[in-house]
Write a protein that binds this ligand. Structure first.
Ligand SMILES: *Cc1c(COP(=O)(O)O)cnc(C)c1O
Length: 241
């Protein structure tokens, strides 16, 4: 069945093709880039359709909306990520639900997650993979630690026994021309490489979560390993409106 006027399969085919071409343009293997389908405001039926088309990673940005969806849709063939701003008083609600939290944007939040997940981690032997969200543009409206503070934050998190940092995430300003995002993506990549060079115990920089519907191809050219795409998959395209 098609999703009404929204042709999720066609949208996904186009997105996958563009991901592949962007990777090849940058001399990268397309397998290095994973698609995170962002499902905020998207129905469970539409998510199932995306699964049927082969999507395996889904991302939510609000805890309230994520809870029922992650309850209804669980399985070995799918994975949930959390990508939105997380309040410290909501950390208990996300325990054990997400394979990756992209948006750890303060040491305070990191410590709250560490505390909330202690018992779960002890019982299951699991660790919670996280990315540190960096406010690479310095916009006041954006969450994230400043590039200058990332080192201190990571050293502060080195004591964490539950959280495991596997990379960085950013959300640059929105531009009409996606090329304008390039310097911000490049800056995140350079920041990750400089952290790698210093080397912080227990911290890996293998993942770079950057790029959304409007600018994911540029992000891939600049080293993204996770692209977070919502509208380009779940919204009608102009020609269909
Ligand atoms: C909504 C959202 C996205 C996806 O944005 P689109 O423009 O729909 O692709 C990506 N990342 C975060 C953090 C989001 O909240």
């Amino acid at each position: 069945m098609s999703g009404g006027l929204v042709n999720i399969r066609a949208n996904l085919e186009e997105v996958s093709q563009r991901i592949k071409l962007a990777a090849l343009r940058a001399g990268r293997s397309p397998e290095e880039v994973r698609l995170v389908a962002i499902t905020k405001t998207v129905s469970v039926a539409a998510i199932r359709e995306a699964m049927a088309c082969g999507v395996r990673i889904f991302g939510e940005s609000r805890v309230q909306e994520a809870l029922p969806k992650t309850q209804e849709l669980q399985g070995d063939n799918m994975s949930w990520h959390f990508v939105g701003h997380l309040q410290t008083n909501k950390t208990k609600q996300v325990v054990g639900l997400f394979d990756l939290i992209h948006s750890v944007d303060s040491l305070k939040l990191a410590m709250a997650l560490e505390a909330a997940m202690g018992a779960w981690s002890g019982k299951t032997g699991s660790r919670q993979k996280v990315l540190v969200q960096v406010n690479i543009s310095g916009e006041e409206s954006k969450s994230g630690v400043s590039p200058e503070e990332v080192g201190v934050m990571l050293k502060g998190m080195a004591k964490c026994k539950v959280l495991s940092v596997v990379g960085l995430m950013t959300l640059p300003p929105r531009f009409d021309d996606p090329g304008d995002s390039r310097p911000f993506f490049r800056a995140l990549q350079e920041l990750a490489r400089s952290i790698e060079k210093v080397g912080i115990d227990g911290v890996s920089m293998r993942e770079l979560s950057m790029g959304m519907s409007g600018d994911y191809e540029v992000a891939i050219e600049e080293g993204a390993t996770l692209v977070r795409i919502g509208n380009a998959i779940f919204e009608r395209r102009n020609s269909e409106k």
